[in-house]
Design a protein around this ligand. Structure first.
Ligand SMILES: [Zn+2]
Length: 393
């Protein structure tokens, strides 16, 4: 279950070998380069992080480096190491190496702070039993808007992430929280090259025409914030474990679904408080376009799996329905709000109970691409790109 070990056969047994030994030819030179960069940096918080991250790469103990990453201040941020676990399709445990070089938009900090301040209220507002609401003390630090000027490794594997939330270690969350990173240049590239044309191809004009930059940005922000809501630990048969361990292969789709649907659930609440502006329809469209994009990646993607399941759930509740004139999908906001509440309760309860069987049943029951949707996705294959790919000089 360690994210930083490789499992190998040795005779008749399974043994674990730490990443820093298995991947020493890559990891050791990287650590040296990070130390050289640390020596050049004039930013003390960056120097500290680079030095600790170099040590962490050599030992696979990331705790101190993770804390230092959360403490970074200044206009340059760097995220490098074995981080995301989406690509482990067996248990969702093993981390994949990636790197992002980020320029921080410091002017945006004030705009983002008002969202951060709402997290405890959002936790309290969840439509679930209080036992599934986590104490938020010390969490949600920090939230930044950046341009990602260079990415590598898992950061470029098939999908180009537009935002991320790290670290993944619950001990770090408890000590300090997790940093949410919104990558503005990727958000805008994905929206214009993929999402807007895809929304027009599948959704009725009354819905698709609501897609804009602010709507998509808010939607992604809501997703990232909602990752911090809900349970993290499970007690089952008197034994404590993390939700991640309890749900195994289903953890990533269920957790991403909770972030998606939690984000939609929070929108009306934040609009009532005047923190989110614009129309609810536009923010929903941000999600629906992202869902359609992910569904095109198929069942090999945790996002594809859960977003197809949520799409079918919304269709089942008549929140989404083909229009009588052209078959493109209409959105009924009242029905959508009710369906979102019901689905959020379902997902958080699965997490809180660590109910792997219920997770599997839900995913199995809702992941068929219905002909009403397939027709439009097939037609979009020749007209809308699957993804954009950054090129570096
Ligand atoms: Zn997510």
């Amino acid at each position: 279950m360690n994210p930083y070990t490789v499992v190998r056969r040795s005779g008749g047994r399974l043994v674990t070998v730490p990443y820093h030994e298995v991947y020493a030819t890559y990891v050791l030179p990287t650590a040296t380069l990070l130390e050289e960069a640390a020596a050049l940096s004039q930013n003390p918080s960056l120097t500290a992080y680079l030095g600790l991250q170099a040590t962490a790469l050599r030992t696979d103990d990331y705790f101190q480096a993770d804390l230092a990453w959360l403490d970074l201040v200044g206009n340059v941020d760097l995220s490098i190491g074995p981080h995301e676990t989406y690509d482990d399709q067996l248990t969702g445990q093993k981390a994949f190496y990636k790197a992002n070089v980020l320029l921080v938009d410091q002017a945006a900090a004030g705009r983002l702070d008002k969202y951060k301040a709402e997290v405890p209220a959002l936790q309290a507002n969840l439509p679930v039993d209080p036992q599934y609401k986590l104490d938020q003390t010390g969490t949600m630090t920090p939230l930044i808007l950046v341009d990602d000027i260079r990415r590598a490794g898992q950061g470029r594997a098939v999908m180009e992430p537009v935002a991320f939330s790290l670290p993944n270690d619950p001990r770090v969350w408890e000590a300090k929280g997790a940093k949410k990173v919104m990558m503005g240049n990727y958000l805008s590239a994905r929206r214009t090259t993929v999402l807007e044309p895809l929304a027009r191809a599948v959704l009725d004009d009354s819905v698709a025409s609501q897609m804009d930059g602010e709507a998509y940005f808010t939607w992604v922000l809501m997703h990232e914030i909602s990752h911090t809501l809900g349970p993290r630990n499970v007690t089952k048969d008197g034994k404590q474990s993390t939700v991640r361990e309890a749900l195994g292969e289903y953890y990533t789709p269920i957790e991403e679904g909770k972030a998606d649907i939690g984000g939609l659930y929070n929108l009306p609440y934040l609009m009532d408080k005047g923190i989110v502006t614009g129309s609810l329809m536009s923010h929903y469209v941000g999600y629906l376009a992202e869902a359609l994009r992910s569904i095109r990646f198929g069942m090999g993607s945790a996002y594809g799996v859960i977003r197809l399941a949520a799409w079918n759930f919304l269709v089942e509740k008549a929140a989404l329905s083909p229009s009588g004139t052209n078959g493109r999908f209409l959105l009924d906001l009242d029905k959508a709000k009710a369906a979102v509440t019901e689905l959020l309760v379902k997902l958080i309860t699965i997490e809180g109970q660590g109910d792997q069987a219920a997770a599997g049943q839900f995913i199995k029951a809702y992941t068929t691409v219905m002909p009403e949707l397939k027709t439009f996705l097939d037609a979009a294959e020749t007209t809308v790109p699957l993804e954009f790919v950054p090129m570096y000089p």
